[in-house]
Design a protein around this ligand. Sequence first.
Ligand SMILES: Nc1ncnc2c1ncn2[C@@H]1O[C@H](COP(=O)(O)OP(=O)(O)O)[C@@H](O)[C@H]1O
Ligand SMILES: [Mg+2]
Length: 476
Amino acid sequence: MTMLMRDGKGCGALAGMACAHGLGRPVASVGGAGSSVDVPFGVWLLVGVAGVVVVLALLSPVLLARVPRVWWTVWGYPVAVVRLRWTWHRLTDLQDLSVTRRPTLRVLGDVMVKGKAVRTVAPRAGVARRRPGGLVVRVRLHPGQVPEMYAPAAGAMAHAWRMHAVRVASLERGWVTLTATAWDPLSVPWVPRSVLPDRLLRAVVGRWEDGSVWVVDLRVSPHWLIVGATRSGKSTLMAALVAQWSKQHVALVGIDLKGGMELSLFESRLSALATTRAQAADLLGQVLEIALDRMALCRSLGARSIWELPDIGRPVPVIVLVDEVAELYLMAAGTDRTEKAEVGQVSTALLRLGQLGAALGVHLVVAGQRVGSDLGTGVTALRAQLAGRVCHRVTDKGTAEMALGDLDPEAVAAAQVISIEQAGVAVAFTDAGGWMRARSVLVTPEQARAVAQKYAARTPVLSGLGWAGQHTQEGQ
Ligand SMILES: Nc1ncnc2c1ncn2[C@@H]1O[C@H](COP(=O)(O)OP(=O)(O)O)[C@@H](O)[C@H]1O
Ligand SMILES: [Mg+2]
């Protein structure tokens, strides 16, 4: 059997391709010496495409292991699109998302019979657009459908298209957006390549599972609550926040009752650090005084917040960081009266800062394992003031509900399935209102210390914060 190019004059396979593009319509002859059969161009094209597909299929495991993004572009995405189109009608039928244009009720003699339609119309899916490591497709809702009807089908879609996960969101009336990810984008810690321009009180702390940058902005959510079990990533997230805010003109105040082990890394950049409850009560009292002074200042100038004051003379924002908040509230049986008074002081001051702070440039970032009413009524009231929420891995449903609210059972379920290996992964609310999984940047203790030292000179001296770092260490 021979193959030759009729007008190629000895050009090989590569030359054949060139012929196909530039030198007219190539036709090949297949057959013995005497008889030759013309093979049309379409067949060559098919053979070529099949060859490319076979090569890609063979290379696919290697590409996936070495260069997953390239694998996704050349193999994963096209295959997923084919699967999506292939399964769409059946899938939407089985998930009761297809509709019928004909009535499903018929009269048979004197009887009304209800049946299942044989011919159904699937919801119209748009073009599946590629994203790094995933795809997005918009689906037109049938009249009578709401986006919530698609959420239970997300698992079935992920299985049918062999994707890691499918998320359903409704960004426009009448449409749902399905976002499928090929692998868990949060499975590896991440360091941002390009940093967003600095804006006061804004910190880039990691990334969302859709690949976008996770930003905590105290001008949007003035107070934050970070919960999670031990070693779930709370302190690391706080370190990521502090590492960013250290560069800005803000005062950082720390309360770390676990001997200051976490926040002392940033000591050179902190305006104050309390490591005992007595110190914390003192410090919070002073911060509250500062806030009340600012309130008087705003009132005298007819401003409703420090942000309405002229740039010159505007007080510097103060961020109060509290690690392991339970230590502030826990009282062992037989606690003496002084300690009870301290707990009362701490509780009142934190609550008032939560209520008044946002307009006065005083912000709270509170981390803890549990922030429930078992710690006292003050904690529940404080929790209500901390609108920014981050929930890391939890060991019980109650904690996730405390952090995320019991309004969104899906978010609570997502927090409960974070595994122990996924330290730093959390469920949080986006600025758009929905929830998503995110992972913070891993900030090591060495990095934390180095950042604090680098920006130590930016530590503002707060009048009213009569504090000299270690001066009450003897109280421990
Ligand atoms: N975003 C992250 N990426 C990778 N590893 C992390 C991340 N956050 C935390 N870890 C790992 O988990 C460990 C415990 O984190 P940590 O923040 O101290 O937890 P917690 O304060 O909740 O007890 C860290 O030492 C680190 O190894
Ligand atoms: Mg910690």
